[in-house]
Design a protein around this ligand. Structure first.
Ligand SMILES: [Zn+2]
Length: 312
């Protein structure tokens, strides 16, 4: 048995899987703010997985962690994580080994998501595909001739930081106009707030004054709220512009969307496809399949488990 954790800025997703790829339980807990809260929530996530699957603690062989941000796999360290500000040169492997007693392995969350989709998801049906993970930020991944491409130091495919508008919104990476400022869950909230005066009757107006998330916008889109539908169409346009560039580079068989925001893809995928058809080159854009990840936003947790399974 292996436990896989995907630690993002908002939630920790966990799965417990056996060696042949059967998912025995999955759960999600909030990440929390600060090192102590996050460590407590990691423990809580693992305990919940053991309870749900009726697996004894001793039956688990290892824990794989997929983490957002820049990591040093050799040192088992998160160097910086824009969405978890408390983690600066944080020795995550050593800490989680100490508090849980398990052997722990660390992988970049975007790479973990690709491995998860290739192992147990829709990616196993294609040889050449790209994936965009739409969450607080945007992660990316590519499989070329059946193999994940990770670059020289294992952190390639930062699709969230390709430029959509060089004079545009300020990105956390230091540049302006990156795709993740225009197509992430954070962007959905930003665009609702910046357009709400144009939609005075939108039911999102009172929510926008408080703690609004992309989930609220999705819920209102389902009820036909015009501001919610406008914003999803807008992010679909921006995502389509970015994905059209990626199609020109990779000529993929499939484009797979993952991350929490992909559950709302019915409201922005048509615009993505429209933009790719409009903007990508002839010979590149034909016969592309578009889909969401098979196991929703548990893909990176599944991939983290697979990484631990192969590394142990
Ligand atoms: Zn950026």
């Amino acid at each position: 048995m292996i436990i896989g954790l995907d630690i993002g800025g908002t939630n920790i997703k966990g799965v417990i899987i056996n060696n042949d790829g059967t998912i025995l339980a999955k759960t999600s807990v909030t990440t929390g703010a600060g090192i102590d809260a996050t460590e407590n929530n990691i423990c809580h996530c693992i305990e919940t997985l053991l309870e749900l699957s009726h697996i004894n603690k001793k039956e688990v062989d290892a824990v794989g962690i997929g983490s957002a941000g820049a990591i040093d796999k050799q040192k088992g360290m998160v160097i910086t994580s824009p969405n978890i500000p408390a983690w600066k040169h944080y020795p995550i492997v050593q800490r989680v080994e100490k508090i849980t007693g398990y052997t722990v392995f660390l992988e970049n969350d975007a790479n973990a998501a690709v491995v998860g989709e290739l192992w147990l998801g829709n990616g196993k049906n294609y040889k050449n595909w790209i994936m965009l993970t739409l969450g607080t930020g945007i992660g990316g991944g590519a499989v070329i001739n059946g193999m994940p491409y990770t670059g020289n130091n294992g952190s390639a495919m930062e699709f969230g930081h390709i430029t959509i508008d060089y004079n545009g919104l300020q990105c956390k990476c230091g540049r302006k106009g990156c795709l993740e400022c225009y197509g992430s869950a954070t962007a959905v909230v930003h665009f609702v707030k910046s357009h709400c005066t144009s939609y005075p009757d939108s039911s999102l107006n009172p929510i926008a004054q408080h703690t609004m998330t992309a989930r609220h916008v999705y819920d209102e889109a389902k009820k036909g709220d015009p501001l919610a539908l406008y914003v999803f169409n807008l992010i679909g346009t921006y995502l389509g512009i970015g994905i059209a560039d990626l199609v020109n580079i990779f000529n993929p068989e499939a484009v797979i969307l993952g991350g929490g925001l992909s559950s709302a893809s019915q409201y922005f995928l048509p615009q993505i496809i429209h933009q790719v058809q409009k903007l990508s080159l002839e010979g590149m854009k034909e016969n592309i399949r578009y889909m969401t990840t098979k196991h929703g936003d548990y893909t990176a947790a599944i991939g983290a488990a697979k990484y631990a399974l192969e590394t142990i």
